[in-house]
Design a protein around this ligand. Sequence first.
Ligand code: ATP
Ligand code: MN
Ligand code: MN
Length: 275
Amino acid sequence: MGITKREVADYYRAVADRVLADVGGRPLSLLRCPGGVGGQCFFQKHHARALGGAVRAIPLREKDGDEACYVAIDSVEGLLELVQMNTLELHPWGSMADDLERPDRLVFDLDPGPGVDWKAITAAARDVRKRLAAVGLEGFARLSGGKGVHVVVPIRPGPSWDEARGFCEALANTMAQQRPDRYVATASKAKRDGVIFIDWLRNARGQTSVSSWSLRARESAGVAVPVRWEELARAGSGDAYDLRRALRRATALRGEEWPGWGDACDQALPDVPDV
Ligand code: ATP
Ligand code: MN
Ligand code: MN
């Protein structure tokens, strides 16, 4: 299915408010595809003047201690400038540019190994949801636009990146220990037949997860779409929504795409031993 640059721009203009609600004010990694969907793509996290005047530069300290300028946008203009520079995918941090060291969002990235069917993926997502609920956290489901599902958890800023990552690691480890037939929590075992990798590694400083409503530069051209829990099973796959279907969904949506998200943003991360 061919998608033109014009279609990509029209799509992002139409869903701009929803994309900005997810990525606005956050450091972003961009997947830029100068050859269009299906062509060669590259990740970019550093700011460049050429990206456009409405694209902000966020100075921050990288892992190796060096200072670097990252990318952030706050407006439709900024988003469309990124699209003009052939950005297809947007990948935000789990913290805001003006509060970098305090994450406000966790993501459990469920990565199915070979032979895992959709039913098992959705059962895993509901399992994560249940375990989160047991410690007072509400999680929300997103089709990744690829193979899997993300469970997204807003938290009140406060805990450090190490604390946030520690919580996610502990939850993933507990799942893998209790159900080794279903889950692994170690990246080196991620591709094992019949098991789902509970990828908690998204929750470290400098890591990203794809934005809600981001297009994907994959063969199936799926879109990362937030869904309600009761919709998850019948969605059928992580890439169930292509550009046109996602556009129809976004246009028809009234109110919060994730009912309860706004209220959940104040939930506090519990201590790790509670998981
Ligand atoms: P799928 O459902 O197919 O796994 P995904 O988006 O979850 O799709 P992953 O490979 O699990 O893909 O990666 C999770 C997230 O990690 C991505 O959404 C992206 O933000 C980030 N990521 C993965 N690979 C890279 C990379 N090479 N460079 C930068 N960020 C990456
Ligand atoms: Mn994934
Ligand atoms: Mn992953």
